[in-house]
Design a protein around this ligand. Structure first.
Ligand SMILES: NC(=O)c1ccc[n+]([C@@H]2O[C@H](COP(=O)([O-])OP(=O)(O)OC[C@H]3O[C@@H](n4cnc5c(N)ncnc54)[C@H](O)[C@@H]3O)[C@@H](O)[C@H]2O)c1
Ligand SMILES: NC(=O)c1ccc[n+]([C@@H]2O[C@H](COP(=O)([O-])OP(=O)(O)OC[C@H]3O[C@@H](n4cnc5c(N)ncnc54)[C@H](O)[C@@H]3O)[C@@H](O)[C@H]2O)c1
Lengths: 207, 207
C-alpha cells in the first residue's frame, strides 16, 4: 500500500508543477521540484518511483507530461461531482472555496436538515433536504461526499451516504466515523495543522 | 530536520493514546497503536525514535507518560492563545470548533475589516478591527495566528501579523504567503484531502 504521506506529497508536486508551467517552464528536475517544496531530490524520486518512471535522461521531467501522470495517479484526470452535507459555517465556506474547482472537484449538491437552509441555490449549488439524498446522489452519479455536520449526526449521515452509493467521504466532524472497507473515509482535524505549527515554533531559533 | 509526515503522525498517536486512556488502558504497544491507525509497529517505533526512548521492556508504553512526552514534542504541553483573522464563513466555523480546545489551543481574539463583523464577541471570543491587531496581539501575548481572509488580502495580513510578533501562521487562503525564515508558515488546502480520497477510490476494488 502506498503511504498516505506519499499521496499528499504527490498533491504538492502537482501544484508546484502547475505553478512551473504557468511561469513558462517546460521541464524541471527532482532537485528543483523538491527544493521549491522543501524536500530532497531523493524524496521526490522515491515518491514517484512507486508509480513508474517519468524522467528523461539529460532532460529531467517534462512538466505537462508529469502533471498528466500525477493527475492520473491521484484520480483527478477526470472531474468529480461532490455531495456536501451540512450547510453551517463550515459547509458554506467549503461551498465557496475555489480551490476545489482548480483540481476538478465541484460540489454538485448540498444537503441539510434545517428547512431554512435548503431551497435557494448557494454559490450556484442546488440545495436539498437530506431526505432527497439518495435520489440526488443517484441522479447526479455522485461518488464523493463531504460531511460538515455536528458530531452527533456524523455517523448517521455517513451511513445514509454509503447507502446512497458514495465511495469516499471526507469527514470534518470531530468523531471517528466507521465505514465498510470498500468505502474510503478520510477525517480532517485542523488542530493537527496547528500542532505542526507549534512543533515548528518550539523547535526553531527564537526571533 | 524531522519530516512533516512524522510530526503529523505524532498528532495521530496523541489522539489515539487519549482514546486508549479514556477507554481505561494504562499501557499500549507500538503494534496496538499502529494497528488502530493503520500503521506498522515499525513505523510507530521509527517515528518515536526521532525524539527518544519511550518504551519499557516487557510493558510497552505507559499511555499517560507517552501522552505527556508527545505533547512536549509537539509543543502542546502548554496552552496557546491564537489570533484569527477573517470572520467570514471559514473564520466563524473555526471560531466554533471545539477540537482546538481539546489540544490546548484557544482563539483569544478575532479580527476583520468589515465593521459589521467586529464588536460583539462571537462564541465568547472578542472581536476587533484589524487596526487593533498589534495592540491586542502584544497585550494577550499571542504567538500563533490563523489567516482566513480572501487571497488578495492574505500576504498583507500575514505581514501585519509578523510585525505584531506572531511566530507561526496557519494560512487557509489559496495563495502562497511568504514569511521570514524564523516564522513558521503552514498552508492548508482542503482539495489535497479530496485527492487522498480520489486516490483511494480509484485504487480500491469497486463495490
Ligand atoms: N475538522 C475540523 O478541523 C473542523 C473545523 C471546524 C468545524 N468542524 C466541524 O464541522 C462541523 C460543522 O461545523 P459548523 O461550524 O459548520 O457547524 P454549524 O452548527 O454551523 O453547522 C452544522 C450544520 O449541519 C446541519 N445538520 C445537523 N444535522 C444534520 C443532518 N443530520 N444532516 C444534514 N445536516 C445536518 C445543521 O442544520 C447545520 O446547518 C462540526 O462537526 C464541527 O465540529 C471541524
Ligand atoms: N484552504 C482551504 O481548503 C479553504 C477552504 C475554504 C475556504 N478557504 C479560503 O479561506 C478564505 C476565507 O473563506 P470564506 O469562505 O470564509 O470567505 P468570506 O468571504 O466568507 O470571508 C472572508 C472574511 O475576511 C474578511 N477580510 C477581508 N479582507 C480582510 C483583511 N485585510 N483583514 C481582515 N479581514 C479581512 C472579510 O471581511 C470577510 O469577513 C478564502 O481565502 C478562501 O479561499 C480555504
Amino acid at each position: 500500500a502506498v503511504p498516505k504521506a506519499v499521496v499528499s506529497r504527490l498533491s504538492l508536486y502537482l501544484r508546484e508543477l502547475q505553478h512551473l508551467v504557468r511561469d513558462g517552464n517546460e521541464t524541471t528536475s527532482s532537485t528543483q521540484l523538491g527544493s521549491l517544496l522543501g524536500f530532497t531530490d531523493a524524496q521526490v524520486r522515491k515518491d514517484l518511483a512507486y508509480f513508474g518512471q517519468f524522467g528523461y535522461p539529460g532532460i529531467g521531467y517534462r512538466c505537462t507530461e508529469l502533471i498528466d501522470a500525477v493527475k492520473r495517479i491521484l484520480g483527478t484526470d477526470r472531474s468529480w461531482p461532490v455531495a456536501l452535507v451540512g450547510l453551517g459555517n463550515l459547509g458554506r465556506a467549503l461551498l465557496g472555496y475555489r480551490g476545489f474547482q482548480n483540481q476538478g472537484f465541484s460540489i454538485a449538491a448540498a444537503f441539510d436538515v434545517d428547512p431554512q437552509k435548503v431551497g435557494p441555490a448557494i454559490e450556484n449549488v442546488p440545495t436539498f433536504h437530506l431526505d432527497e439524498l439518495a435520489a440526488v446522489v443517484a441522479g447526479k452519479k455522485i461518488k464523493l461526499a463531504i460531511v460538515a455536520v455536528p458530531a452527533a449526526a456524523a455517523q448517521e449521515v455517513a451511513d445514509r451516504l454509503i447507502a446512497a452509493g458514495i465511495d469516499g467521504i471526507l469527514n470534518f466532524a470531530p468523531v471517528t466515523v466507521t465505514a465498510p472497507s470498500n468505502v474510503s473515509m478520510v477525517g480532517v482535524d485542523l488542530a493537527i495543522e496547528l500542532e505542526q505549527l507549534t512543533f515548528n515554533v518550539v523547535n526553531q531559533p527564537s526571533k
